[in-house]
Structure formats: structure tokens, C-alpha cells
Design a protein around this ligand. Structure first.
Ligand code: SAM
Length: 316
């Protein structure tokens, strides 16, 4: 999938409904060959497939089957290659509803290739039953739109093994094919990704940083360094894909919020406004806001001194 025009960071690229949904774990019969005159009533994906209108059926049949050795794709292969993991709230009997895992097939997002530094993420919203694909950084005309099929914070060799075994390809994205002229590049990238994935577990307490004069931690530098590492690894805006509200990598937003707090605490007007603006931009783009929330951010931009920890650290 290629961008035809400039897509700015945070913009929704497309919105679509699933065409087939199956409970996770349902095994499809791999022997069902995809034919235009497809017939099978007794198999779950087949049954749903038969109910699709002919235009949609044709489109499903053009999707990639990464297990096909000849031209004979199977419906099971198409589903395994393209279906995405979503969660739905289902009636668990009585008054309770419970969350269950499903696999859903989407016609357009299925066209996205993988990158270990993707420029897009998808979210599935179960209230509107829609998937939205949005840009995590600016995407330029002609550039490929990519998502991550796996957890990009894993080391390169694990990522490549997972991609090879499930999708049958060796990843040659720019983050896997790092220049061999620089011998430590892979180890450095693996280390950076690991550090990013464990960053918040090892982070010193904000209050300690703010009130302890002896604290040797430079919290601001730690967050800025993490943001630089994210950028270098192509993960600057990455926040995970999946069902909205779950499986979200909130670290990116947490770094921004922390920088707002820190610059506010040291009463650095310029940097404070810069990071409040960034928070506003990201929250608006992601729909992570209420009008009241944005009004508060706007108030801080107008009057930084009204920020609730303004100057706390500089007072000590
Ligand atoms: C969900 S499909 C993606 C769309 C597919 N390229 C198409 O033409 O419809 C997944 C398959 O695309 C190919 N693919 C995805 N990402 C790739 C990458 N980074 N490098 C090489 N092949 C990739 C692999 O064959 C994989 O099994």
C-alpha cells in the first residue's frame, strides 16, 4: 500500500469494517482451495465467505496466501496470512459480558506490508465495529504504508524468526537490514529496543526527582534520550495496534506527559509550551481527549503558571 499524497502524523488513513470474523483458535480446513465457484457450507470461514456479495468475494480471493506454493491459494491460507487479532465483548450468559479474542479479515489493511519501524498503526473500535488505520509519523507521496505484524521491541533475530514462521518472509525492512559496515549496529538496535520496552519499569520516581536535591537522575535527559532512541528505531509515534483500549503501547504518550511535568516543574516556559503542544497534537490525533481536557491544555499554554506543579523543582 503506497501513499498517493502527504499524510501528516496522526491522520486517519482509512476506516473499514471486517468482512469475515472467526473466534480465535478455530482451525480452518487447509484443503479448501480458493475457486471462483467456491462451495463449502460446513466450514466456518467457508460459510461466512459464501454469504459475502460477489464483489467482496472476488476481493478476498485476491489477497495473499503466504503458504501457497503454487497459484492454489486456500481460504485458510488467506485467512492465516491476513486476519488481524481483535477483541469483542460477547454475552457470557446472565448479565455479564466478557471479552473474547477473534480473528478478523479486512480488505484494505490486509494490503499493508510489515516494517519493524512502521509508519502506521491500526485500531479496532468495537463500538462502531470499525478498524482505523492512522499515520504515526508523516508519510510522503510514494512511500509505502507499513504496520507491524509483531512486537517490534523484540530483538531482530526473534522478530525475523516469527515473521518467517508465520508469514513466510525474511524481513528486509530498513531496521532489519542495518548496514553491515557498522558491526555493532544490530546489537545496538536490539539493546535500544529492549531498553525502550523496559524504560518505565526502571524509571526513578518523579517526586524523588523533583524534591530530592541529591537525586543524581536527570529525568528530562532520560525521557529525551528515549524519544531519540524511538526516532532512531522508527518507533517514534508507535503505540501498538489492536482493539482500542487494550494492547496499547502508551509509552510514547507517557514520555510526552512526563516532559510536560518536568519542564513545568523547572518552570522552563519555552520547553513546557513545546511539550504541551506536542501532547495536544498527539491526543487530538488519537481521539484521546475530551473538550475539557483540551481546554486545560490550552489554558496551560496561555498561562503556564497555572500548571499544577509549575516551578516546584526550582523553588527548592
Ligand atoms: C498481509 S500480506 C501483506 C500484503 C501483501 N504484500 C499483498 O501483496 O497483498 C502479508 C504478506 O506480505 C508479504 N510481506 C509483508 N511484509 C513484508 C516485508 N517487510 N518484506 C517482504 N514481504 C513482506 C509476505 O509475503 C507476507 O506473507
Amino acid at each position: 500500500m503506497l501513499a498517493r499524497s502527504h499524510i501528516s502524523q496522526g491522520r486517519v488513513i482509512l476506516v473499514e469494517h471486517p468482512v469475515v470474523i472467526l473466534p480465535a483458535g478455530v482451525k480452518l480446513d487447509a484443503s479448501i482451495i480458493v475457486l471462483d465457484e467456491f462451495e463449502s457450507q460446513d466450514e466456518p470461514c467457508g460459510a461466512q465467505f459464501l454469504r459475502l456479495n460477489s464483489q467482496v468475494k472476488k476481493k478476498v480471493l485476491t489477497l495473499k496466501d503466504c503458504s501457497a506454493t503454487t497459484n492454489a491459494s486456500t481460504l485458510a491460507g488467506i485467512f492465516a496470512t491476513n486476519a488481524l487479532d481483535i477483541k469483542l465483548q460477547v454475552d457470557g450468559g446472565g448479565l455479564r459480558s466478557q471479552e473474547q479474542k477473534y480473528k478478523a479479515l479486512f480488505l484494505k489493511t490486509s494490503r499493508c506490508n510489515h516494517s519493524c519501524g512502521p509508519n502506521a498503526v491500526w485500531r479496532f473500535d468495537r463500538l462502531t465495529f470499525t478498524l482505523s488505520l492512522s499515520a504515526v509519523r508523516d508519510i510522503y507521496p510514494g512511500e509505502e504504508i507499513t504496520i507491524s505484524y509483531i512486537n517490534p521491541f523484540l530483538p531482530r533475530h526473534v522478530r525475523r524468526t516469527q515473521l518467517q514462521s508465520k508469514w513466510n518472509f525474511l524481513c528486509h525492512c530498513m531496521h532489519c537490514d542495518v548496514p553491515w559496515t557498522f558491526p555493532g549496529a544490530i546489537a545496538q538496535s536490539d539493546k535500544a529496543r529492549h531498553e525502550l520496552s523496559t524504560f518505565f519499569k526502571k524509571l526513578p520516581d518523579w517526586e524523588q526527582w523533583c524534591f530530592d536535591e541529591e537525586s543524581e537522575h536527570d529525568l528530562i535527559e532520560m525521557h529525551l534520550r528515549a524519544m531519540r532512541m524511538r526516532e532512531k528505531e522508527g518507533l517514534e509515534g508507535f503505540r501498538g495496534s489492536g482493539t482500542a483500549g487494550s494492547s496499547r503501547d502508551v509509552a510514547y504518550m507517557k514520555h510526552i506527559d512526563a516532559l510536560v511535568m518536568c519542564y513545568g516543574a523547572i518552570a522552563d516556559d519555552k520547553e513546557f509550551r513545546k511539550w504541551v503542544n506536542k501532547a495536544r497534537e498527539v491526543k487530538l490525533a488519537e481521539g484521546l481527549y475530551s473538550t475539557a481536557h483540551v481546554n486545560v491544555l490550552d489554558m496551560w499554554l496561555r498561562e503556564p503558571r497555572k500548571f499544577y506543579v509549575w516551578g516546584w523543582k526550582s523553588i527548592i
